[in-house]
Design a protein around this ligand. Sequence first.
Ligand SMILES: Cc1ncc(COP(=O)(O)O)c(C=O)c1O
Length: 387
Amino acid sequence: MYDEELTTLMIPGPVPIHPRVYRAMSRVIYGHRTKEYQTTYKETVGLLQRLLQTEQDVLLFAGSGTAAMEAAIANAIEPGEKVLNVINGKFSERWQEITTAFGAKSELQEVTYGQAASPEAVREALASDASIRAVTICHNETSTGVLNPAKEIGQIVRDYDRLLIVDGITSVGGDYVYPDKWNFDILVTGSQKCLGVPPGLGVIWVGSRAWKKIDTRKQPNPTYYLDLVKAKKRYDSFGDSPFTSAVTLMYGLHESLTLMFEEGYEQRIERHRRLGRITRAGYLGMGLDLLADPAFYSNTVTAVRYPGGITDKEFRNQVRNLGILIAGGQGPVKGKIWRTNHMNICTERDVLATIAIIEVVLKRLGYDVPIGSGVLAAQEQMLKESY
Ligand SMILES: Cc1ncc(COP(=O)(O)O)c(C=O)c1O
């Protein structure tokens, strides 16, 4: 029986939402220019700053994560400037598309899907081309389940005095992300992943070097809605946003961030890491191959290669009919992998149920695996974990 409302979302966003967040979102709408709402808004920004361990600006837009990506490039990069787009998946590729959409030149550094971006290759590119003004990376490549070495790349980009623009859409709130300490200049994220809120909010952290670049643009800023200068001015003066805020989602984000700190920041990250280890143990226990390089496993999403003879559509449909929604692959790995998340309020219960159901479906479709081997391996991993 397929029932949308009873289906567990194991796709890498949108993710299941805590009931307290739903309740917070059921509050009546306050006027978006009232002192009361501005207090909620400022508290929410404060909680995001606490999460990112920063005192620098965090701005929010009603829009998905891609709106924040677009704001980053459109404001900080001018037409004709060169940007090094490091691509190892579908989402890092989006930076290239936005770069060229705003008339900047894209220098590509392509890495095979499943491999991580290479700090050394970034160093070489910057050393050999002084005209590169900025570098883009995706911290946690959701399309491949790879966690890129953002901190190491940050150090190199800073050494060469260029800007580093980072997509943290599936790492912020689920893994360590320190934009100041790691020498980022812009970091973006979205509400529907590890922040645990429905889709619809784009979040952007802007560091002082990025502001300097934005404030000294030679060409007019092509944005209107996504104008970061306007957003900062409004926030600094009034503690809200220039245009009507997504009031309901802000209530949700405030509650979700409150929950995060109730769980404890370190505890939350460790839970994501633990669930990543249990998920991987389960898949490997079934004799499956993971797409990501083991040295760079993501802690929030796992990508698994299909064994021979299993078709993506049939497999995911059967898993869905048993109550669990999972994601397929994108770009060159479309039809070759599936992906499951371990984000936000995900627990061992969700992971074990997912592994158990996947095992049954694979068996039904002809994959030769001793039934229970994945669940057993996941349980054995649980026994190794400290709770
Ligand atoms: C790493 C990453 N970047 C960008 C996006 C796009 O975000 P949105 O769909 O919120 O625009 C996603 C969505 O899955 C993502 O995982």
